[in-house]
Write a protein that binds this ligand. Structure first.
Ligand code: ZN
Ligand code: ZN
Length: 343
């Protein structure tokens, strides 16, 4: 398996085969997507206010084949969140804001960058043949995108903006197109991501600056295209400022990105003048993964277009380096692939 020991330090380890606990099954992991949140872990050994407690196996966007038991042989996508089921948010059905969840690849819960892992059977959802093995790794981010759209819904024909076009932003662009948005603005600092957003349905694409304090440089024309609903998916203040500038008075901004230093700030006067609503997005609700499977099976989003790189588990360290280079879109690790013979 591939463990993160510290910033930039991913090591392959040989460990005893895992056993499954009550309610769990063993899963042969076939595909793991690396996420922007994994990049936080990789770069600084933590995310938000959480840090490494011990060397951690990352990987929360994953699927595979169940190895034994009544569901043996079933292809599944995993919900990486295992809520406690007892806290007040859980009892209200708001399991994504459970106060004591287990989450694959977080805290002391090892994630999926390994060949075989135990995971609760009820969190493994059957995947139809129409969804390819690697695409299964994109179902969790698609679920998060669906959740974000629930938090900031748009009417058919309305105008929306996606500020930050990594894989999650590109999924939102596709969902907004499927939802019938008349205008979809897409921005990113990276030109190749803006091009991908245009190819996947954005009506306007802008390459933007990362400098939140330079009004001339930030956003540029992106701010001049008004939207009803704005999704900030970059995790930086410049993207939040662009979203605030573009959204119409009384509009809503969904904050989906994760900032590097656990701080976000925004131009208060503009937000106040427009009396904007902000909605902070946390992972996905329990019903979102089955919905993501249905959306993907219906062909409403193109998941394969998002996958640009594949690595065997033995090259996990290279996979993280590729993620950090931000040259691609989704980087997928295939634990079942034999390691390359690169030195
Ligand atoms: Zn993720
Ligand atoms: Zn709970």
């Amino acid at each position: 398996m591939a463990r993160l020991y510290g910033p930039g330090d991913v090591q392959l380890t040989r460990e005893a085969a895992p056993s499954s606990g009550p309610g769990e099954v063993l899963l042969e992991v076939t595909a793991v997507g690396l996420c922007g949140s994994d990049l936080h872990w990789y770069r600084r050994g933590g995310i938000g206010d959480a840090g490494l407690i011990r060397p951690l196996v990352l990987g929360h966007e994953f699927g595979g084949v169940i190895l034994a038991g009544p569901r043996a042989g079933e292809r599944v996508a995993a919900d990486p969140a295992d809520p406690c089921g007892r806290c007040e948010p859980c009892r209200r059905g708001r399991t994504n804001i459970c106060i004591a969840p287990r989450f694959a690849g977080f805290g002391t819960t090892d994630g999926a960058l390994r060949s075989v892992m135990p995971w609760p059977s009820h969190l493994l959802h059957r995947v139809p043949d129409a969804i390819a093995d690697d695409e299964v790794a994109l179902l969790e981010p698609l679920g998060v995108a669906l959740h974000a759209l629930d938090l900031a819904p748009i009417a058919v024909g309305a105008r929306a903006g996606v500020y930050g076009c990594g894989p999650l932003g590109l999924l939102l662009v596709q969902l907004l197109r499927a939802r019938g948005a008349s205008v979809i603005v897409a921005t990113d600092r990276l030109a190749h991501r803006v091009a991908a957003a245009r190819a996947l349905g954005a009506t306007h694409g802008f390459v933007v600056s990362a400098e939140p304090d330079d009004p001339a440089a930030v956003g540029g024309e992106a701010r001049d295209v008004p939207v009803d609903v704005a999704f900030e998916v970059a995790g930086d203040d410049a993207a939040i400022a662009d979203a605030i500038a573009a959204v119409k008075p009384g509009g809503r901004v969904a904050l989906v990105g994760i900032p590097d230093d656990d701080r976000s700030s925004f131009p208060a006067a503009a937000a106040r003048r427009k009396e904007l609503s902000f909605h902070v997005c946390r992972r996905m609700a329990q019903t979102d993964l089955p919905r993501a499977i249905a959306v993907a099976e219906a062909g409403q989003v193109d998941l394969s277009a998002l996958i640009t790189h594949r690595f065997p588990l033995g090259d996990a360290s290279d996979a993280f380096a590729m993620l950090a280079s931000r040259h691609g879109r989704k980087v997928v690790v295939n634990p079942a692939l034999p390691a390359s013979d690169r030195p």
